[in-house]
Design a protein around this ligand. Structure first.
Ligand code: CUA
Length: 229
């Protein structure tokens, strides 16, 4: 999760987020190079003493400074397109999780297993335990197996919400009347925190998401415990 003075992206917990971070760094590097070059040129203009009274056009230089930015944009557009299709790829998921956005909480359904469904509310600050995270912890966490392909189906019951977990590189809008799909793969155990990121009303800030990433046998144990009850 994000902590104090954390300005960059969170550490990735999935291969897709790793790729997103690589792309971010790549784009940022190109941006820095352009900013430095343009900044240098603009600064040097102050000291320019050359004057050419008869200058009307310069075909060659205009050709260069038109085509060069187009080529640079290609170096951003192609990896971006690669990522876009990579994020959309579904690879035979072993678990499907449905998440439904409400004003203002999430409810979850594990439709692979009979009648496992629950609501997930934020824990209010006055009820928080000492090791809890304010405005981020929930009463019922999602439990999912690590090292498995997971599909999530997102929708909403009232207004548009967005199911977003930065560490996993997942951000899907939940829209009433629609069913959106995405997938992820958690490559380490842990708690992954997220928040709704579609302005959905007065308590938009207070419908966080918590995933418990656990080994597969723990997940099976959790599932069987919840089916019996
Ligand atoms: Cu739900 Cu913002």
């Amino acid at each position: 999760m994000s902590t104090w003075a954390n300005l960059g992206l969170q550490d990735s917990a999935s291969p897709l987020m790793e790729q997103l971070i690589f792309f971010h760094d790549h784009a940022l590097l190109i941006l820095v190079m352009i900013t430095v070059l343009v900044g240098y040129l603009m600064f040097m203009l102050f000291f320019n003493t050359y004057i050419n009274r008869f200058l009307l056009h310069g075909q060659l230089i205009e050709m260069i400074w038109t085509i060069l930015p187009a080529i640079i944009l290609l170096f951003i557009a192609l990896p971006s397109l690669r990522l876009l299709y990579l994020l959309d790829e579904i690879n035979e998921p072993s678990v499907t999780l449905k998440s439904i956005g409400h004003q203002w909480y999430w409810s979850y359904e594990y439709s692979d297993f009979n009648d496992i469904e629950f609501d997930s509310y934020m824990i209010p600050t006055n009820e928080l335990s000492n090791d809890g995270f304010r405005l981020l912890d929930v009463d019922n966490r999602i439990v999912l197996p690590m090292n498995s392909q997971i599909r999530i189906l997102v929708t909403a019951a009232d207004v548009i919400h967005s199911w977003t977990i930065p560490a996993l590189g997942v951000k899907v809008d939940g829209t009433p009347g629609r069913l959106n799909q995405t997938n992820f793969f958690m490559n380490r155990p842990g708690l992954f925190y997220g928040q709704c990121s579609e302005i959905c009303g007065a308590n938009h800030s207070f419908m966080p998401i918590v995933i418990e990433s656990v080994p597969v046998n723990y997940f099976i144990k959790w599932i069987s415990n919840n089916i019996n009850s």
